[in-house]
Each structure stands twice: as C-alpha cells, then as structure tokens.
Design a protein around this ligand. Structure first.
Ligand code: OGA
Ligand code: MN
Length: 287
C-alpha cells in the first residue's frame, strides 16, 4: 500500500515504541499522512517501519528531510557513495579490505552526536543486511526515567549541565586510533548541554545524559560528577524504561534523540555482516 493510506500504528510489546504498518517509505507521503506519523512519533518516541525492502537511498533522504535539515555523515569516508548525508554503520569490508562503514558504532548508551553543539533531533536507521543473531539495538525512554526519579533528585539536577569532550575522551575510547591532530582537535570544542531538557514539541522533560564523551558537570568536581552521571544512566537503562529491538529484514527505525537513548549491541562479526544506513536530521541546541 502507498504511504498515503491510513496509517496503522501498533504499540510494541514494550514500555514504549510502536510499529507503523501499512506504509511504504519508497512512496511519496501526503502532508496529512506525515502529520499523523509525526504525532505517532511524538507519542511513541521510537517508530519501527516493517518490510521497507524497496526503500532506496534517495527515498531515505527524501523521508528524512521531512524532519529537518540533514546532517552530513559523521565520518566522511564512511558516507554512502554519492550520498554524503547517509552514514554507513557496518562491519563489512570492500574489495580493498577497508571497512565500508563504522564497524562498532554506538556500542554504549548515548544519543546521537551529544558531543555536538547542535545534535540532531532525529535519527533514521535503515537496515540493509542483518546478522542471523545479535546486533539488537536497545532504546531507553528518558521521559519515563526522568518522571520516575525521586523529587529531590529532580530538583537537584534541574539546572545541571553535562560537559562533553571528544578531545579528552578520544584516547580513552579509541586507544587503537591515531591520536587527534591538533588541527582536528581544534574542530572539536567541548560542549555542555542541560542534564534535563524540555522537548520543544511535547514540552515534557527528559533526562539528557547519554554518550561516552561526557566528562563532567559544570561547577562540580569530576569524581562526584561522573558518579552522578553513571548513577542516573544506570537508573535510566533499567528494564522498565527500555526496549530491545530485534531487527527483521526490511526494518527501518526512527527515533527521537531528545527523549531517548540507544545502544548498539554486539554480534559475531567474524560470521555475519551487518549493514545499516543512518541519516541524522534536525540539528538544534538542546534547551
Ligand atoms: C549509531 C548507532 C545503532 C545500531 O551508529 O549511532 O547507535 O544498532 N547505531 O547500529
Ligand atoms: Mn547512535
């Protein structure tokens, strides 16, 4: 059926998230259908589109662009050929033995590009090749985690800002990579974001503490700051706030970085190939 048909939204058997049935993202979508889809996304935070076997890179770009400005692929050499806005996440290698995408992307609880001044509102991940087992993506509902915090904690963290530093985190996260060159490091200034952010559409508050480049909290000593961040993160990724997405052939998933965290999980990459196409859209300063 075309994307103009009436949307069927079916909540997942999980604390949040929904499947969108009866939609073909390779077809143009009318404004009214998109509006309904957007409302469903605001309500369910993570939307799973099944059976998108005919979505082309051009279709992915066209659909993604409806959510705002497209960001270029995070690592230029891992952009899909001819599509600078599609980042490839993959363990597969080309004929010269080079990875075609980022091999271990996102294997920690994070929101996308939280280390940027203007991280994307939305991420859309289209599966292209999947392992027979493993490689699930986990999602956490950061509204629910925030709402479930004790009131004293909510008050304590209300005005905190988390500092993210790609430069300081680099040698710790990537001991196998070359050290940053000073000219690259100069392009990666530290940023801070509110620990509690207000979603501009739903006006709900959400914890914003993901990412393995968080190095502290403004005005707080490093030790206590990191303990607090880890304490909140451990709380937020408990089973009552999370959903584990088992990818099926043809799945594409849209999530809202303003109110969820996610985490890629491992699979046997000596045995299986996994190829995912990622678009990130709607860069905005978190408030
Ligand atoms: C990412 C990411 C999830 C996945 O690349 O940022 O989170 O399951 N990927 O590949
Ligand atoms: Mn990610």
């Amino acid at each position: 059926m075309s994307a103009t048909s009436v949307l069927q939204i079916r909540p997942l058997a999980a604390p949040f998230g929904a499947e969108v049935l009866d939609i073909d993202l390779s077809q143009p979508m009318e404004a009214a259908a998109f509006e309904r889809l957007h409302q469903a996304w605001m309500r369910h935070l993570v939307l799973v589109f099944r059976d998108q076997t005919s979505i082309s890179p051009e279709d992915q770009i066209a659909f993604s662009a409806r959510f705002g400005e497209l960001l270029p692929a995070q690592i230029k050499k891992y952009a899909l050929k001819g599509h600078p806005a599609i980042g490839v996440v993959s363990n597969a290698k080309d004929e010269t033995g080079e990875y075609i995408g980022i091999p271990n992307s996102g294997r920690n609880w994070h929101t996308d590009f939280q280390f940027d001044r203007r991280p994307p509102d939305a991420t859309f991940l289209v599966s292209r090749e999947l392992p027979a087992e493993g490689g699930n993506t986990l999602y956490a509902d950061m509204y629910a985690a925030y709402d479930a915090l004790p009131r004293e904690m909510r008050e304590r963290i209300a005005h905190m800002r988390v500092i993210h530093s790609r430069v300081k985190a680099w040698p710790v996260l990537y001991p196998d990579r070359a050290p940053l060159r000073p000219e690259d490091a100069a392009q990666m200034p530290d940023v801070s974001h509110p620990m509690v952010r207000t979603h501009p559409v739903t006006l709900r508050k959400a914890l914003y503490i993901g990412g393995n480049m968080a190095i502290g909290i403004e005005g707080m000593a490093d030790g206590p700051a990191m303990r607090l961040i880890h304490e909140l993160r451990d709380f937020a990724v408990g089973p009552r706030f999370t959903y584990s997405h088992r990818w099926r052939t043809g799945d594409a998933v849209l999530w809202d970085n303003r109110c969820t965290m996610h985490c890629a999980t491992s699979y046997d990459d000596t045995k299986y190939r996994r190829v995912m196409h990622r678009t990130s859209m709607g860069p905005a300063v978190p408030v």
